[in-house]
Design a binder for this molecule. Structure first.
Ligand SMILES: [Zn+2]
Length: 726
């Protein structure tokens, strides 16, 4: 049910009454009443300003308080309906009000909803609200697939008979169908994504955006649209039911990748994916789902949505398996009724200042903290302080499911605890840390990774203040590896603590519902890292399984080469084309049957390959000399050291190769083949000829999937990708 002009109809008196019923603080109610009083409205039309008129109903649109006040106002309706229509519950988002009822058949459900609607309308009448009956929708979900899921049942809402939607119902951007297959949802989103892509194609053409900006536009305007809500339906690779949808998305990604790089349609998909920086569809779906799972897990204890992850539902099982959390417990967070204050100073100064401050003599207790995570995933932390001339400290091992971030936060909390246990309480405490992220974590008590350490720190600070009300507590940032003695000590000991669990203390955790100490639950930061690592690893595997290693060398870095991606579209396109081997070279055009031979059109060499153009062709001798001189300066290796496909994969040489391409015509100009009658005698200008040749190249290239040689030059394109870009 949709509330008619929702915000405008909030009545001040009713709102005040409702706030009192809810037991809100009197100050808050008075503030709200004042907020809604003495307001005036002025209309401006075509630059003409009208008279001021007083308004006494409605919460102002655009004010952050408006949705909160509106929901408060409306909250009475849920009590009323749930009391009157037994078995009906409210499910709403601001002014989009939903009623949920279960039953054994459609008629039973319709009956319950009828009562709910009637009660809601009655409540609205008494509270100066009105529903827009024309916008009322009803949707029915069937547990089992049945023949003819349609029902003739209707719900009477006011003077209107509402029948259950036949296809799907849009709710918060997701199209819900009766079987919750989300098939309709996917189809709708995919279509929007494709439309966005078509509109963007002009922007991304030959003269268009640089590849790096292209990629950003693609992720923001195409992928986010097409894959919105996909985490709800994705069932994983090789599972029947959703792989077809992934293939459709892959076709869209291919189109985006070609628009980003300017690569030809036959270009190997593995190379295309690596060069464009647009990860394959299955990988993106998997990653979306994992991030969704992590978001749910980060919710405070008691949130219904958090329980979805381990629930015995298809989505719950799917999320559990993709997050690989079969046996592990995960760090918990809580929503505090009242915020706890952090009564200490957090100080981050300029790098130069810090070192001086850290080395000067300070009154009271001075501690250095550090957290560490080793290659073998072990984490630990240390707190170090000086007793006379001797360094003393705490070394604590944290297990194998924590991050350096967790260790840094734990170290700060532990240092405060240590300080609180000293008798007599020092008058001045300074704690140094090299982790800015940990300082930021301490500054807020909101739910999220590391929250428990922020809460523990608050508890210890409160204890310190009780013992010594005038105590000064400072937490200061001090970057590592600056030669500060305490820092070095803490760093050394943190590594030691991570490395040797047996020789030192081991961190554990207690819960309010489980007082005996247990091993640390897996941290949210640790899950986040795993998700990110898997994302890149899987994308690489996908690409690696599709390329020919002889022709294309996988880049070492996960991110596409910034030098190339940041250059102009025209130049970058030629670079990508040559790099992937699908470019306007004699060899390639011969392979696509666009030319009868692979001969160089600048010299008599029988095979115009990338190697030939970069090293041998006498036409470009001058440019080659410059290129190889620059390559030598950058890498200490020359033309004998570098094979063409390796040179393109070496980021240190990117600039030199781009300059080389700029100075010559390789990959740009295709001269007419002398031995081809159909090209001879053409009247067009050279420019037209080139363009026609280019079009023909692409047309022929598309028709051919395999090379003329016994061994295919590039791996065959899988059938699902063959018609890419539809
Ligand atoms: Zn040549």
């Amino acid at each position: 049910m949709d509330v008619k002009s929702a915000f405008n109809n909030v009545d001040k008196t009713f709102l005040g009454k409702r706030m009192e019923e809810l037991g809100l603080e009197a100050d808050l109610i008075r503030w709200t009443m004042s907020f809604m009083s003495d307001r005036r409205v002025k209309l401006v039309l075509d630059g003409e300003t009208g008279d001021e008129n007083p308004v006494d109903t409605g919460v102002p649109q655009g004010s952050p308080a408006a949705p909160i006040l509106f929901v408060t106002y409306l909250s009475g309706i849920f009590d009323e309906v749930e009391r009157t229509a037994v078995g009906v519950s409210g499910l709403s988002f601001v002014d989009d009000i939903g009623w949920w009822a279960e039953g054994n058949n459609a008629e039973e459900v319709a009956g319950k909803l009828l009562l709910a609607a009637a009660t809601a309308i009655e409540w609205a009448g008494k509270n100066g609200m009105e529903f827009d009956h024309g916008k009322t929708e009803a949707v029915i979900f069937w547990r089992k697939k049945r023949k003819g899921t349609q029902t003739e049942a209707r719900v009477k809402v006011g003077d209107k008979e509402v029948s259950f939607n036949r296809v799907a119902t849009r709710w918060l951007g997701v199209w819900l169908d009766s079987q919750l297959t989300l098939k309709e949802h996917h189809a709708t989103r995919l279509k929007s994504g494709r439309n966005a892509m078509s509109r963007l194609e002009r922007l991304t053409g030959q003269m268009g955006l640089s590849p790096v900006n292209c990629r950003r536009v693609m992720s923001a305007c195409v992928q986010s649209v097409a894959m919105f809500g996909a985490e709800l339906w994705w069932k994983g690779g090789n599972v029947r039911g959703t792989t077809g949808r992934a293939e459709e998305l892959q076709l869209l990604v291919n189109r985006e990748a070609r628009a980003t790089t300017g690569a030809f349609r036959t270009t190997n998909l593995g190379a295309l994916s690596m060069e464009s920086g647009l990860r394959p569809a299955t990988n993106q779906l998997e990653n979306r789902q994992r991030r969704f799972g992590l978001r749910l897990l980060s919710l405070p204890q008691g949130e219904k949505a958090r329980e979805v992850v381990s629930s015995n539902t298809p989505l719950g099982k799917r999320l559990s398996s993709t997050l690989a959390r079969i046996w592990t417990e995960t760090e918990r967070t809580v929503l505090l009724e009242e915020p706890e204050s952090f009564d200490a100073e957090l100080i981050q100064e300029q790098r130069e200042e810090v070192k001086k401050k850290a080395e000067k003599e300070r009154p009271g207790l001075v501690m250095f903290t550090d957290g560490s995570r080793l290659e073998n995933q072990a984490a630990g932390y240390a707190v170090a302080w000086k007793n006379g001339q001797i360094w003393e400290g705490i070394k604590t091992h944290m297990g194998f499911n924590q991050e350096a971030y967790d260790a840094e936060c734990a170290a700060l909390a532990r240092a405060l605890k240590m300080a609180a246990e000293i008798a007599p309480t020092p008058s001045h405490i300074t704690i140094f840390t090299d982790a800015q992220a940990a300082i930021r974590r301490m500054s807020t008590d909101e739910p999220g990774p590391g929250q428990k350490y922020a809460l523990a720190a608050r508890k210890h600070i409160a204890a310190l203040r009780r013992a010594a009300p005038d105590i000064t507590i400072e937490i200061r940032w001090c970057p590592s590896h600056e030669g500060v003695e305490g820092n070095e000590k803490a760093d050394e000991w943190a590594k030691l603590a991570a490395d040797e669990p047996d020789a030192h203390g081991v961190e554990g955790w207690t819960y309010s519902d489980r007082p005996e100490e247990s091993p640390l639950p897996r941290s949210l930061a640790n899950i986040r890292r795993e998700i990110s690592e898997k994302k890149w690893m899987e994308a690489r595997q996908w690409a690696g399984g599709r390329i020919s290693r002889k022709k294309y060398k996988m880049p070492r870095s996960q991110r596409p080469d910034g030098t190339v991606a940041g250059s102009t579209k025209r130049l970058a396109s030629r670079f990508y084309q040559l790099k992937t081997g699908h470019a306007r070279t004699g060899e390639y055009l011969h392979w696509t049957k666009a030319r009868r031979t692979a001969q160089c059109w600048w010299c008599p060499h029988p095979k115009q390959t990338r190697e030939h153009l970069l090293k041998g062709c006498p036409r470009w001798r001058k440019q080659q000399k410059v290129l190889w001189k620059e390559v030598w300066e950058e890498t200490g290796g020359g033309r004998f050291r570098w094979k063409a496909h390796e040179l393109f994969a070496e980021p240190r040489c990117s600039e030199a190769v781009l300059r080389f391409l700029m100075a010559m015509d390789v990959g740009k100009i295709v001269l007419p083949a002398e031995d081809r009658e159909d090209m001879e005698g053409s009247e067009g200008s050279e420019c037209e000829l080139r363009e026609r040749q280019g079009q023909e190249d692409e047309r022929r290239a598309e028709a051919e999937a395999l090379g003329p040689w016994g061994e295919p030059l590039f791996l065959p394109i899988p059938p699902c990708m063959a018609s890419a870009g539809e």
